[in-house]
Design a binder for this molecule. Sequence first.
Ligand SMILES: Nc1ncnc2c1ncn2[C@@H]1O[C@H](COP(=O)(O)OP(=O)(O)OP(=O)(O)O)[C@@H](O)[C@H]1O
Ligand SMILES: [Mg+2]
Length: 252
Amino acid sequence: MNANIIIECKDLGKQYKTPEGERVIIERMDLAVKENEFVVLFGPGQCGKTTMIRLLSGLEQPDRGAVRINGKRIQGPGPDRGVVYQTISLFPWLTVMGNVEYGPKVRGIAKKERREKAQHYIELVGLKGFENTYPVKLSGGMKQRVGIARAYCNEPVVMFMDEPFGALDAQTRYLMQEELAQIWEKEQRTVIFVTNNIEEALYLADRIIVMRNCPSSIKREYEIDLPRPRNYVDPEFLRLRKEITGIMDKTL
Ligand SMILES: Nc1ncnc2c1ncn2[C@@H]1O[C@H](COP(=O)(O)OP(=O)(O)OP(=O)(O)O)[C@@H](O)[C@H]1O
Ligand SMILES: [Mg+2]
């Protein structure tokens, strides 16, 4: 095994029972993600992206194949995996600080240490000054920032993001893409990010995995070596955007 590979799956398959019988969602997926690599799973609506996140993060078990993190087969969820969802479920009764420090607190990290850690990540996501604010007072973009800080604060081995900006308005979405790219450049992590937005994929990814429609498998992979920060109207960006959009399956 390549020592640099953090998470991998081979011949991964998943099907669900439906009233019409078994339905294969993931036909076959092979993936190996290197340390600090930013991988984007890109595919049309309903192609099985969330199912992949659930399998890779251990929330669900595959019917075939296995997921390994640092060579060890995973059999359930664990603190070494952090997930950021489209709708961030923050604890409404806790402040920004309370939400971000929650993971380390549950793991028994002493108050001083976890506060320092949480403060660092709150500042990393640009929320300095909002430590004592409650979620109800935060905008959608700010909630996603808290979600990112919370995931970082748990110091997971792999961070999963399932369309984290999918519910934001277009302008906030661009802003958050830029912010996330900056955050990741400052503190690199191994990230598996899901989107059906090609601009977002190209703006963020080291590598884009294009998924087929359900039953899903990998249609094609692209190494994206455009310099960062990326430019949405750079000719090569636009060329790749056109090419990848062209090969993408349409939602059935
Ligand atoms: N527990 C389940 N039981 C039966 N079918 C399921 C289950 N979970 C997901 N599916 C089906 O699997 C398919 C893929 O779903 P999934 O949520 O993984 O896709 P997705 O690419 O994340 O979709 P979206 O773009 O809407 O986020 C869908 O047709 C869905 O109905
Ligand atoms: Mg989904």
